[in-house]
Design a protein around this ligand. Structure first.
Ligand SMILES: Cc1cc2nc3c(=O)[nH]c(=O)nc-3n(C[C@H](O)[C@H](O)[C@H](O)COP(=O)(O)OP(=O)(O)OC[C@H]3O[C@@H](n4cnc5c(N)ncnc54)[C@H](O)[C@@H]3O)c2cc1C
Ligand SMILES: *[C@@H]1O[C@H](CO)[C@@H](O)[C@H](O)[C@H]1NC(C)=O
Ligand SMILES: *[C@@H]1O[C@H](CO)[C@@H](O)[C@H](O)[C@H]1NC(C)=O
Ligand SMILES: *[C@@H]1O[C@H](CO)[C@@H](O)[C@H](O)[C@H]1NC(C)=O
Ligand SMILES: *[C@@H]1O[C@H](CO)[C@@H](O)[C@H](O)[C@H]1NC(C)=O
Ligand SMILES: *[C@@H]1O[C@H](CO)[C@@H](O)[C@H](O)[C@H]1NC(C)=O
Length: 543
């Protein structure tokens, strides 16, 4: 990451002075600029009053480093275009007090705040907005991690990545881990508050299920912990999305134990190799088998020897040795045909590397790659989600394959539930998708060229397959996973229908937990200061 150039305090004052002058002479012809310069000046006046040293953390659009700072945590090239509205200001907070000042000063001029930790939001809503102007509060500097092995706990600031957390645990213990993302570059702030999951979810539930304390900055700029925020807000920020309730500063989490040796494998089959029967059996086994075993299923349309087909790959992590998993699956999943030679026995931390990139172990990658933040890969992507509660019959699977092959690119990742996921009550956290769900469906497509035609093609494919899947997935509401943000399922424009608009996506993400989230939101942020395209709305005022 290029080190951004600081903007000095004297530059602030020059700039605001300049803008003031400019606006005075353009009052009638440039109303937007005038508003923006008014906001900038007021924000800065407020911010410098509340902050002893604000150099190095405030970036205006005119700052030469503005684009670098903004781009550093853009993880989906779709939202990296020059045509997309940029924030008026970026604050790269270095201390909790900077976060407090940002909230207080944005609120004083009712400037919308977008909070960004790892920037992995699928729709870019941590740094793009349908309201303008807005400010980005960037949390990447707040990334302290303290691991306390004796108490089996870790304190993690929101701007840390999950990979950094895994690494800091690994430095202190080879038999502890944390059940979070399979992708190490996701940020703690968004991932954990949105109900993050990874390969240990059938054994230990979600990241969200393993939190024991948190610190937030609330709408009044106060720092609160579990005790002072109260159990309602503490409940809400464990799956309801942080961005509706405040700024998450940190989570304190319970570590979990992992064996010294875990087993990983990947087995793929095409339709010609009876992939359909494999999927039929996978649906029975993956959500019911030993809870130490996570078998994700990828389904992709491919071209093999010039003919189009579909590939089904099982990519798995077992918290135990190879002999044991071969024996279990020999009985339960004979169509997989798992042999010991297909398995790799690794330390838990190496299983993280393997899952991230299965070639990495062969090429000698070390756990230190988990600390790499410089992953600006410029890939375009779209994700959607669904839940399956009744196994999809073989003839229906065949129809789905036909549709996928016809469309050409849109693929699936099925994530099996069951185990611990089915034991946790559906209202224990805002994340409602517990007992009764066999697996979650992720729709995914990635592409490399930035043309309008490509984007239209891939978005159309994903919507077409989503529509095709209607008979096979949950309904009333058709559920979705908050961390797989999808603006197709509803969007808020904060007008007088804000609550109705909120219900559209709210019940999909949270089912009946939505009502409790709305009540909490209305109590702690009645003015709806913390808002975004899919935030929790406040109850409409009684006329
Ligand atoms: C490549 C990739 C792999 C992924 N793999 C997984 C996976 O294995 N498991 C899984 O569960 N999910 C996964 N996700 C989804 C991921 O968990 C979500 O996108 C998550 O929200 C990312 O968090 P972030 O901090 O990186 O994102 P950001 O874009 O920074 O934030 C996402 C949302 O959270 C809000 N937010 C961020 N920080 C804070 C904060 N400090 N306080 C309050 N609100 C905040 C933002 O405003 C935004 O609404 C993956 C995503 C990608 C792109
Ligand atoms: C303010 O912070 C900058 C960058 O962190 C530092 O270089 C500078 O010395 C600080 N100034 C004061 C007065 O503390
Ligand atoms: C696929 O299944 C058929 C019918 O059960 C069987 O005859 C055939 O050998 C299988 N093919 C493969 C590659 O396993
Ligand atoms: C496809 O190619 C592979 C390897 O080149 C070959 O083993 C296989 O028989 C071919 N399959 C078909 C259907 O032609
Ligand atoms: C965003 O654009 C910048 C500048 O063109 C580029 O360097 C960067 O790789 C891009 N990032 C993504 C994720 O597209
Ligand atoms: C989409 O599918 C078509 C047809 O199979 C293929 O030519 C193209 O390369 C695919 N695009 C991507 C991004 O995979």
């Amino acid at each position: 990451m290029a080190k951004p150039k600081p903007i000095s305090l004297s530059t602030f004052f020059c700039l605001s002075f300049f803008l003031l002058t400019l606006s005075a002479s353009l009052t009638f012809s440039r109303p937007t600029k005038q508003t923006n310069s008014y906001l900038l000046t007021n924000f800065l006046n407020c911010f410098t009053q509340h902050t002893t040293n604000s150099s190095d953390i405030v970036y205006f659009q005119t700052n030469p480093s503005f684009s670098t700072v903004l781009n550093d945590y853009i993880r989906n090239a779709r939202f990296n275009k020059t045509t997309i509205q940029k924030p008026l200001i970026i604050i790269t907070a270095k201390t909790p007090s900077h976060v407090q000042s940002t909230v207080i000063c944005s609120k004083s001029i009712n400037l919308q705040i977008k909070i960004r930790s790892g920037g992995h939001d699928n729709e870019g809503i941590s740094y793009v907005s349908n309201q303008s102007p807005f400010i980005v509060l960037d949390m990447f500097n707040l990334r302290t991690i303290n691991v306390d092995i004796e108490r089996e706990q870790a304190y993690i600031q929101a701007g840390a990545t999950i990979g950094e957390l895994y690494y800091r645990i690994y430095e202190k213990s080879k038999v502890h881990g944390f059940p979070a993302s399979v992708c190490p570059t996701v940020g703690v702030g968004g991932h954990v508050s949105g109900g993050g999951y990874g390969t240990m979810l059938r054994k230990y539930g979600l990241a969200t299920d393993n939190i024991i304390d948190a610190e937030i900055v609330d709408v009044n700029g106060r720092i609160l912990n579990r005790k002072s925020m109260g159990e309602d807000v503490f409940w809400a920020i464990r799956g309801g999305g942080g961005a509706s309730f405040g700024v998450i500063l940190s989570y304190t989490v319970q570590l979990v134990s992992v064996p010294e040796i875990v087993t990983v494998f990947r087995i793929g089959k095409t339709l010609e190799e009876n992939a359909t029967d494999l999927v039929v059996q996978w649906q029975q086994v993956a959500p019911t088998t030993d809870e130490r075993l996570f078998m994700r299923l990828y389904l992709q349309p491919i071209t093999s020897n010039t003919s189009k087909t579909l590939s089904a790959s099982v990519v798995a992590v077992f918290l135990g040795g190879a002999d044991e998993v071969v024996e279990i699956l020999g009985k339960e999943f004979p169509l997989l045909g798992l042999k010991k030679e297909d398995c790799l026995e690794l330390s838990w931390i190496n299983s993280v590397l393997w899952y991230y990139n299965d070639q990495s172990i062969k090429s000698g990658a070390k756990p230190e790659i988990l600390l790499d933040r410089n992953v600006n890969s410029a890939i375009y992507g779209k994700r959607k989600s669904d839940y399956v509660q009744k196994a999809i019959p073989k003839d229906s699977l065949e129809l789905i394959w036909k549709k996928m092959i016809e469309l050409g690119n849109i693929s699936f990742a099925f994530n099996p539930y069951g185990g611990k996921m089915a034991e946790i009550a559906s209202d224990a956290t805002p994340f409602p998708h517990r007992a009764g769900n066999l697996f979650k469906v992720q729709y995914y497509v990635n592409w490399m060229d930035g043309t309008e035609a490509s984007e239209t093609n891939y978005l159309t494919q994903s919507r077409s397959l989503y529509s095709f899947m209607t008979p096979y997935v949950s309904s009333n509401p058709r559920s979705a996973f908050l961390n797989y943000r999808d603006l197709d399922i509803g969007i808020n424009r904060f007008g007088k229908n804000s609550y109705q608009e909120g219900q559209v996506y709210g019940y999909k993400y949270f089912k009946n937990n939505f009502d409790r989230l709305v009540k909490i939101k209305t109590t702690v942020d009645p003015e709806n200061f913390f808002r975004n395209e899919q935030s929790i709305p406040v109850l409409p005022r009684k006329p």
